[in-house]
Design a protein around this ligand. Structure first.
Ligand SMILES: [Zn+2]
Length: 453
């Protein structure tokens, strides 16, 4: 095996060998959250996936060689709407949500990003880029709005494989009498009196969403950089528009060299949506489940495949982590992970393949010596698992509601022992303890069986 990194590049939909522009200064930009509401489990997937990519790049090129930028969108129509609905100032709403988001990232034990710029700190650069696009003939002003003229950029649609005709026929574009063509998208728009605004050559207003990633990636990573990532829902129009703006404003033949997108999460095989009420927020897991269980679940499918989220998945991951802690040792940092262990991750971030390797390393550690245990724990640590000591894990576990199969069986055994010596009071206490954790037990034909409530 070579120890090159391969990634599926959406620019041509092929798995390609990753070749950085400058291996001492690798640039990675990932579209971050729009801070109008707490992030849900679907938002957690790119956080975890691109964090794994960050770790893989660091392991190959060195800890200080990767600049991972993930923006925060703190001005957007959704934010304005949410602040009106909640009747709190925008600044209060966004700072609360950012704080919650940072807590979620800590809970998921992420390494990155290296930088987390906010859109509202870069409005001057956005105005500069719009002015440059107008000067070069790629954008125009109409009634205090500025639009990007899509048909002026001949490569439009190449990333998402969309033709301009399909785009217009599909009417996935906002209709406005200010536009020259329906497919044009907004770079600047006026704000009404009760909306936030910034002064500009086109009057008081605010930038369009797509523009911020073009300006912030330019500022922190340059006109052309290595990797741009995000959820698959951003492929079109957001990323297509970023490419158009950046390449036209910067006079370049390319923008990001590798475009990586993660697939959706479904909830018990249904699409997550507000209307079905099945939106699971990251923060709502904190009380019941340790972050590393959630993280293992998020890595259980390959990033290009949809991931179905359900109770069984979480339970299986909890059981796995529980089992893995049996061979926990505090690691000797002198041991290094070899390329063979990391190879599934180098091969297009194959996290299920890596987890399969971990299962094998666990089996070896179970029968083997301290070195085998060390290697296993180190390999878990690489993806942010088993990062807590066994004592920490045991004390967290007590407070959490989700209980592993092994613990349920232990409790049932204790209860049966109590019943044998006719200590029914103790037996009832154990039954109620299990009930509190959502486990129902039933005595049938001399056996005790259990199921989840
Ligand atoms: Zn973006």
């Amino acid at each position: 095996m070579d120890n090159d990194i391969y990634l599926t590049n959406n620019l041509n939909n092929r798995k390609e060998k990753f070749t950085p522009i400058n291996k001492a200064k690798i640039g990675m930009y990932v579209c971050g959250p729009t801070v109008y509401d707490n992030p849900h489990i679907g938002n957690a997937r790119p956080l975890v996936i691109f964090d794994i990519l960050f770790k893989v790049l660091k392991s190959k090129y060195g800890n200080n060689s990767v600049n991972y930028v993930r923006n925060i969108t703190d001005i957007d129509d959704k934010i304005i709407k949410s602040s009106k609905e909640k009747n709190i100032p925008i600044s209060e709403l966004t700072s609360n949500i950012i704080k919650g988001f940072d807590d979620d990232c800590n809970y998921l034990n992420l390494d990155g990003p290296s930088q987390q710029p906010k859109a509202t700190d870069h409005i001057d650069l956005m105005i500069e880029m719009i002015s440059s696009l107008i000067a070069k003939g790629f954008a125009y002003e109409k009634n205090d709005h500025v639009y990007f003229e899509v048909n002026k950029f001949e490569d439009y649609g190449k990333l998402s494989n969309k033709k301009l005709e399909d785009l217009i026929a599909g009417s996935r574009v906002e209709v406005s009498e200010n536009k020259k063509n329906v497919e044009d998208f907004v770079l600047w728009k006026p704000s009404s009196n009760d909306e936030p605004f910034w002064g500009s050559p086109w009057g008081k207003g605010r930038p369009g969403w797509h523009l911020e990633c073009s300006t912030m990636s330019k500022k922190y990573l340059g006109n052309i950089f290595d990797i741009h990532g995000g959820g698959i829902d951003l492929l079109f129009p957001h990323h297509e528009n970023e490419i158009a703006q950046s390449r036209c404003a910067n006079n370049t033949k390319s923008f990001a060299n590798y475009w990586i997108h993660n697939a959706f999460i479904t909830i018990s095989n249904e699409k997550m949506s507000k209307s079905t009420g099945n939106i699971l927020k990251i923060k709502d897991f904190k009380e019941n489940i340790d972050g590393q269980v959630l993280k293992l679940a998020l890595m259980s499918a390959h990033y290009k495949q949809p991931l179905d989220w359900n109770e069984k998945l979480l339970k299986d991951c909890l059981n796995t982590i529980e089992k893995w802690y049996e061979v926990y040792v505090s690691v000797d940092k002198r041991i290094v992970l070899n390329d063979e262990i990391l190879s599934p991750l180098y091969d297009d971030l194959n996290t299920p393949g890596y987890i399969a390797n971990l299962h094998q390393l666990y089996e070896k550690a179970l029968k083997g010596n301290n070195n085998d245990k060390n290697l296993f724990v180190l390999a878990c640590n690489f993806i942010g698992i088993l990062n807590k000591t066994k004592e920490e894990w045991l004390s967290i576990k007590k407070k959490k509601l989700l209980i592993s199969d092994a613990d349920i069986l232990k409790k049932i055994e204790l209860r049966n022992n109590a019943r044998e010596v006719k200590d029914y009071k103790e037996a009832d206490i154990i039954r109620n303890e299990l009930l509190d954790k959502g486990v129902l037990i039933e005595d049938k034909d001399g056996k005790t069986i259990w199921k989840l409530k």
